[in-house]
Design a protein around this ligand. Structure first.
Ligand code: ADE
Length: 228
């Protein structure tokens, strides 16, 4: 399978490139895509937010021919069980900032779409196996995505209540919509960097480097398991 790795953090992309060493850089659609010589995988930054990440995922699939997408990055924890540094594997993804309730639809719904998009079971089982082998605590949960960095308890509680969300981030659901519509298996892995409340920004900045190292290791081991 030709796999695309989308990382939300530049730090993580750099660690992956340091690991694989031999690659070609290709500029396309306002972003740089790295083709790894050893195994043909494509690595890129998703860039921040739903539109940029949907564009990056679409380019990986339609321009570079990726047949599976692994997305990694950080998320704000909503489920009180989640501690900073825990991993969450998105089982379903929803867009928390979509609102056409004026037309009688539920929050998160857009015509022609669905509120929740499911990730791929096979890729998820590889991620779970690797996390177990590496001794990383990984939860499976609902991830809510929106074009907002959440650092406010009221908004966090609303998202938790409305979508039964366990974690919040800014790219997963848009990548999910692209992959689901193009019938490309995908998984969304996140390391918890903050609790999406008042001190979220400080915690996020402190934790980025550790999260990047953890998710890079997970991705490399997943690719090895897939024979890449
Ligand atoms: N990614 C990491 N933490 C986040 C937060 N609190 N809100 C949105 N995206 C995030």
């Amino acid at each position: 399978m030709k796999v695309g790795i989308l990382g939300a953090m530049d730090e993580e992309i750099m660690l992956l490139l340091e690991h694989y060493k031999d690659y070609e850089s290709i500029c396309f659609g306002g972003n740089t895509f790295y083709k790894i010589k050893q195994n043909g995988i494509i690595i890129a930054s998703s860039r921040i937010g739903k539109v940029f990440s949907a564009l990056s995922a679409s380019i990986m699939i339609l321009h570079f021919g990726c047949e599976g997408i692994i997305f990694t990055g950080v998320a704000g924890g909503v489920n009180p069980k989640y501690k900073i540094g825990d991993l969450v594997l998105g089982v379903e993804l929803a867009q928390h900032d979509v609102d056409i309730t004026a037309f009688g639809h539920p929050f998160g719904f857009l015509s022609g779409g669905k509120v929740f998009t499911k990730t791929d079971e096979k890729l998820n089982s590889i991620a779970k196996e690797v996390a177990k082998n590496e001794g990383f605590r990984m939860y499976e949960g609902i991830i809510a995505t929106g074009d907002q960095f959440i650092h406010n308890s009221e908004r966090k509680e609303w998202i938790k209540h409305t979508f039964k969300a366990d974690a919040i981030e800014m790219e997963g659901a848009s990548v999910a919509v692209v992959c689901d519509n193009l019938q490309i298996p995908f998984c969304i892995l996140r390391a918890i960097s903050d609790n999406a409340s008042d001190e979220a920004l400080v915690s996020y900045e402190e934790f980025l480097e550790e999260a990047a190292r953890k998710s890079t290791r997970l991705v490399i081991k997943m690719l090895e398991k897939m024979g890449l």
